[in-house]
Design a protein around this ligand. Structure first.
Ligand code: C2O
Ligand code: CU
Ligand code: CU
Length: 583
């Protein structure tokens, strides 16, 4: 396992450094039919010998509630083969699989899910990684879960928030527990959401153990586009993990400082896992595919591209094969965008078309990554060469789907000007200890359980300005809403930080970043110009979001939601805050 030691410059947390460690120099081999069950140490496994698994789509019970698809999904611990040359690995999962099964929903028809954690063991799979020093003096049972539907327009009681956890059997619950059976209205455009655990202070371990899965909403607008579907629509849930040479799942426990002797600043696994499989491959036909990408990693940002790494005549080997982005977190983009690289921060999704039309049999594309960890400046291992797509099947019938650049995507209002909208500022900074320096992160110097300070009104739109004082990029996520990125603008990080300290010291009103801006505001790249629920806040930049607030039908009174950094180690140690939507 790579060491996750601490490297912290005096003022600004830089993330983790690692002294050891190159990625395993995996040998890239041709497809082999490995029938013998001889296992090898992790560092000697072959790449691209296991077919990419695709999570099953669950069939709903449709009779139990009117106009509603009903499911019961159980969480449990089980063993799963992550690679054919490794022994089976103990993981947690929903519905007996890692990642969990996919739920498909139809816009306008509700989904109701009973999330059952009774089958989880009494001891956490990653018990040694539990660190009560991040509990802010509270006490929690080790095994506790609550499922959140990420990106969902949903009532607060059904949102699955950190304090809504319960233990297996339900003998203990968090202070804001509303049961385990939730209704999702599906009153939002077609897109891919995902469900994952969100229990207070332990989300990172529960999700890492395997508690996540996909939730796909479909609608007529999407149907009319004739996109690749069925076996030609493939989700890619991209994660990173640490495994021992024997294939046991591990999570770093070497801590940050004596203040938090176990909890680490963030983790960057040394093994890529896609749909629960290590270095898989996809056998493809020469036609269009729709890939639904999710960055399901705890903390790693990916910058992905497909590279031609093998062709029959060696033509074009080494060149990038561009893809077309057609959707973001919250739905389809207004126009398709041709892209060489797709950057995905934790929790972000990308809906892309990979066009293999006319490719000769024998063409091999490798999914590559060059994002540093911590993004963008860190020095942890860059995980590269994640999976292969091989064109080695004949096309079945004809490909009747529309070429990406000719897709007539539904209209979507892109907000580019926002005069007069109310603004709120959010400062991403550090938790500091007088003796040990940086021991974590905070938003606005507040802890999660400090009183609510943001109370937007339903039916209004606000500008949220995220000011990043750290040297890491943080994926800023807001529950309930889909927002748009207005722009990003560089500022004088030190100057503004000192001024901010002065405001705090004098309890003076906090000034906006205007006096400290050092360059023009840059609108988001076109592939980010859609509905988003998570956006990357870059170090030294102001990230401006346009956020419309509304609540689902039937929600009364102040509705409690949360916003947070989606690096799960950050979120677990209080880089997370509540807000109330007033009506
Ligand atoms: Cu992916 Cu608070 O959520
Ligand atoms: Cu969420
Ligand atoms: Cu963060």
């Amino acid at each position: 396992m790579a060491g996750v030691g601490l490297v912290v410059p005096p003022l600004l947390g830089f993330g983790c450094g690692s002294e050891e460690g190159q990625p395993p120099a995996g040998t890239i081999t041709e497809t082999q039919t490995i029938q013998e069950k001889v296992t090898r140490p992790l560092s000697q496994i072959d790449r691209y010998i296991d077919p990419l698994p695709v999570p099953d789509t669950l069939a709903p019970e449709t009779e139990r509630y009117p106009d509603t698809d009903y499911y019961e999904i159980r969480m449990s611990q089980f063993e799963q083969q992550l690679h054919s040359q490794l022994p089976r690995t103990a993981v947690w999962g929903y519905g007996g699989s890692f990642p969990g099964p996919t739920i498909e929903a139809r816009r306008g028809r509700k989904t109701r899910i009973k999330w059952i954690n009774d089958d989880l063991p009494g001891t956490h799979l990653l018990q040694q990684a539990i660190d009560p020093t991040i509990y802010q003096g509270r006490e929690y049972p080790d095994v506790r879960t609550i499922t959140h539907m990420h990106g969902c327009f949903v009532a607060p009681e059904a949102d699955g928030q950190p304090d809504a956890w319960s233990t297996p059997g339900g003998s203990q619950t968090g202070p804001r527990h509303y049961g385990n059976e939730f209704t999702y209205p599906n009153d939002q455009p077609a897109t891919m959401l995902w469900y994952h655990d969100h229990a207070m202070h332990i989300t990172r371990l529960n999700v890492y153990a395997g508690l996540s899965g996909l939730y796909i909403i479909r609608d007529e607008e999407e149907d009319n586009l004739e996109l690749p579907s069925g076996e030609y629509e493939i989700p890619l849930i991209i994660q990173d993990r640490f495994l021992t040479e024997e294939g046991l799942l591990t999570y770093p426990t070497n801590g940050t400082t004596p203040i938090h002797p176990i909890w680490v600043l963030h983790i960057f696994g040394d093994t890529p896992v896609i749909n629960g499989s290590i270095y898989p491959f996809l056998d493809a036909e020469p036609r269009r595919y729709r890939l639904r990408l999710l960055n399901g990693s705890n903390a790693r940002t990916w910058n992905l591209w497909f590279e031609k790494t093998g062709t029959p005549g060696n033509n074009g080997v080494g060149s990038v094969h561009p893809v077309s982005a057609i959707g973001t977190d919250g739905g389809l983009l207004p126009v398709p965008v041709q892209l060489e690289k797709v950057r995905l921060a934790p929790a972000e999704r990308a809906d892309i078309i990979l066009d293999l039309t006319g490719f000769e049999k024998g063409t091999v594309l490798t999914l590559r990554n060059d994002a540093r960890a911590a993004y963008p400046f860190g020095e942890e291992i860059i995980l590269d060469n994640l999976m292969q797509v091989r064109v080695n099947r004949d096309i079945k019938g004809v490909d009747n789907t529309t070429k990406a650049e000719r897709l007539n995507l539904p209209d979507m209002p892109v907000i580019t000007s926002t005069p007069g909208l109310p603004k709120r500022i959010f400062f991403l900074g550090e938790q500091n200890d007088p003796e040990y320096g940086v021991i974590g992160w905070l938003i606005n110097e507040r802890f999660f359980h400090d009183p609510v300070e943001e109370t937007p009104r339903a039916g209004t739109t606000e500008i949220w300005e995220i000011v990043n004082f750290t040297l890491d990029a943080h994926p800023f996520h807001i529950h309930l809403v889909q927002f748009q990125v207005l722009n990003r603008q560089p500022f004088d990080q030190w100057g503004y930080w000192y001024a901010y300290q002065d405001y705090l010291a004098e309890s003076a009103p906090i000034m906006g970043p205007d006096d400290f801006l050092t360059g023009p505001a840059v609108p988001p790249p076109p592939e980010e110009a859609g509905w988003k629920d998570t956006a990357l806040s870059m170090p030294g930049e102001v990230l401006r979001l346009v956020v419309p607030f509304n609540v689902p039908e039937g929600v009364e009174g102040p509705a409690r939601y949360i916003y947070h950094c989606h690096m799960l180690e950050h979120e677990d140690n209080d880089m997370m805050r509540p807000f109330d939507v007033l009506q």
